[in-house]
Design a protein around this ligand. Structure first.
Ligand code: SF4
Length: 380
């Protein structure tokens, strides 16, 4: 029997926004920016992608491969008008390339992991796997600042969508204020995810003064009991206090900040209601969302999924973990698929390496069953 696929690129289950933005105005701005005929700053390649953007958004409605969802409108609203074309170019690569199994020199999205260590043990997370968290097995650690800086230097001007998070809690890394400072003004979309339990004034200043464009607070419930049940080791009260502190500092010292704040939860059961989430968190942040549960469990031990469709992650994103290891996904959280280490290669070479391309070929040619653990995985 074939298992049900999990569509990675459609992982928002629900999302609600505090403020309505004027989409009509933004569409007009986008349209006028797409009249770039006399813009000599664009390369032929960029123009060829922007032509496709134009077609999908404004001309050939039949295909509709590239659509702007509400949270994307919010991101466009946040950036300077002069950056709209750059944003659309990179957004198109992020959204459409994985659907077409198409790639160029760099991954559309890069996830950098400051720490694989977490102070929580959420029920839906691979941090509950002791073969992963046991220090003896070599998976636990924090990224040195210098390594982080080298990754950022290579990503700057080549990749615009960055996430400073992966397997652990980023704020476990004591260097995170300096890391965030180093990203200032470098990327159009830079997200950091945190369970918010370790925030303090210094870290909040670092978020607000660094390069972060979206701060995602991970929380899945509005009720302290349910919260503690899902986010094991976590206390809702503490998290609420920290987010209130974030808002106070933002209000007082960073009035003009355009940072987007989002509470994002993992939907694991019917007892988690978006209305409850919205009632509590909606007062505190700009967006409240549920993402679908990513069925990571026992990808190493479970039976073959028999899924034939290719996995979109191979064309969408790449991970660099705390020790420099480069991996195509975090479902394989023990990095069996890792083909290289950033210390011995470059982001560009890793993305275009023989091994990575071999994974892609196998996925496209109905042979993901020849790769472990892809053969057990349900992600597409
Ligand atoms: S294990 Fe393979 S199929 Fe699953 S997410 Fe990773 S790359 Fe994709």
């Amino acid at each position: 029997m074939t298992n049900k696929e999990y569509k990675k690129y459609n992982s928002f289950n629900e999302i609600q926004f505090k403020k309505k933005i004027n989409k009509e105005d933004l569409i007009l701005k986008i349209q006028s920016n797409l009249n770039y005929e006399n813009n000599n700053d664009l390369s032929d390649y960029q123009k060829s992608i922007l032509e496709r953007v134009k077609k999908d958004l404004f001309k050939q409605k039949t295909k509709e491969k590239f659509v702007l969802s509400n949270h994307v409108f919010n991101e466009i609203n946040q950036i300077n008008e002069k950056d709209i074309l750059k944003y659309l170019f990179h957004r198109y690569r992020y959204e459409v390339f994985p659907k077409n199994f198409e790639k160029d020199d760099y991954p559309p999205f890069l996830q950098i992991e400051p720490s694989s260590i977490c102070n929580y043990r959420c029920v839906f997370c691979f941090e509950t796997d002791e073969t992963f968290t046991n220090k003896k097995n070599g998976h636990m650690g924090v990224m040195p600042l210098e390594l982080f800086k080298e990754i950022i230097d290579q990503a700057e001007n080549n990749i615009q969508f960055i996430s400073i998070a992966s397997r652990g809690e980023p704020f476990v890394n004591k260097e995170i204020p300096k890391m965030l400072e180093y990203t200032r003004g470098k990327f159009l979309s830079l997200k950091i995810n945190t369970n918010a339990s370790l925030l303090d004034e210094k870290k909040i200043h670092a978020i607000l003064s660094g390069g972060v464009t979206t701060i995602v607070f991970s929380a899945d419930a509005a009720d302290p009991e349910l919260y503690a049940k899902l986010r094991v080791n976590g206390k809702l009260e503490k998290v609420l206090k920290n987010i209130e502190m974030f808002n106070k500092i933002k209000e007082k010292k960073y009035k003009g900040s355009k940072i987007i704040s989002r509470v994002s939860g993992v939907k694991v059961g019917e007892n988690q209601k978006i209305e409850d989430m919205h009632n509590l968190w909606g007062q505190l942040v700009d967006q409240v969302a549920f993402v679908n549960y990513n069925p990571w469990e026992n990808v190493y031990d479970k039976e073959e999924s028999k899924i034939k469709l290719p996995c979109s992650d191979l064309w969408r994103r790449m991970f660099v973990w705390w020790d420099g290891k480069i991996n195509p996904c975090d479902t394989d959280y023990k990095s069996i698929l890792s083909a290289s280490n950033f210390k011995d290669t470059s982001l560009r070479d890793a993305w275009n390496s023989q091994k990575y391309n071999d994974y892609r070929d196998k996925h496209i040619n109905n042979n993901r069953s020849k790769i472990y653990p892809c053969k057990n995985c349900v992600l597409v």
